[in-house]
Ligand binder design. Structure first.
Ligand code: SAM
Length: 219
């Protein structure tokens, strides 16, 4: 569930959202995710679930076949205006596209900052969507806020103010991911952005996935 009441509602418009993202250093984190998590070689088909205004495209090689979808018409219009034919930006949820031919045989399904807006059933729908559309060698990656068992009080409080009402603990993320991707891996990430947030990197594949242990704190 996305909480858009009060001040949080400002971020449903693309411009304040982009300004806030710049302020917290999201550009550095996207660059890091593209090089460490996506590890694209060129020419791949990438599906961005909950693509927002499509900003990931700023960090991708021009030959990546980019397909994004989101429930926010406002963000999608911004994406279409800014990126035009560089990507396809569709309105809907995972369940709307699971049988859509355009998404099949994807090399990568990516979501960043989406799943903590969703309840468990809808998170599983996104995982199942990814599992269905990925080619056998394809990979699923998610980067989401994650509570720690022991975490600074300010950091915990700040993360509880998030627009996404379903920030989970590491075990809960793992439990969900393993239901669809039994060999998935998770990594906890600190200092991905400038404010004291903790993230989890979830990686799954239809086959086995490569283990990596990079943390942006050390780069
Ligand atoms: C924090 S934003 C992240 C946007 C983008 N991935 C990024 O990194 O900038 C979360 C996005 O998820 C979208 N969203 C929320 N629920 C969704 C759903 N059920 N299916 C698809 N998108 C959804 C919101 O509209 C919003 O664009």
């Amino acid at each position: 569930m996305q909480r858009d009441a009060g001040l949080r509602g400002i971020f449903s418009s693309a411009l304040p959202y982009a300004l806030f993202q710049n302020l917290v250093g999201a550009s550095r984190s996207r660059k890091w995710a593209v090089s460490h998590c996506l590890r694209l070689k060129g020419g791949e088909k990438l599906v961005d679930v909950g693509c927002g205004p499509g900003v990931l495209l700023d960090y991708l090689q021009p030959d990546i076949q980019y397909l994004g979808f989101d429930i926010s018409r406002n963000y999608l219009e911004t994406a279409r205006h800014k990126y035009g034919a560089r990507g396809l930006f569709l309105e809907g949820r995972a369940r709307d596209f699971v049988q859509d031919d355009r998404f099949q045989r994807a090399d990568h399904v990516y979501c960043s900052g989406l799943l903590h807006h969703l309840d468990d059933d809808e998170v599983l729908e996104v995982f199942r969507f990814a599992h269905t559309v990925l080619k056998p060698s394809g990979r699923f990656t998610a980067i989401e806020p994650c509570f720690l068992a022991h975490q600074g009080r300010f950091s915990h409080w700040l993360m509880r103010q998030d627009r996404g009402a379903n920030v989970r603990y590491e075990d809960d993320w793992k439990r969900l991911a393993c239901q669809v991707f039994p060999s998935s891996h998770t990594r906890v990430l600190t200092r991905l952005i400038r404010i004291p947030y903790i993230h989890i990197w979830i990686e799954g594949g239809r086959g086995s996935t490569r283990r990596t242990s990079n943390n942006p704190e050390s780069t």
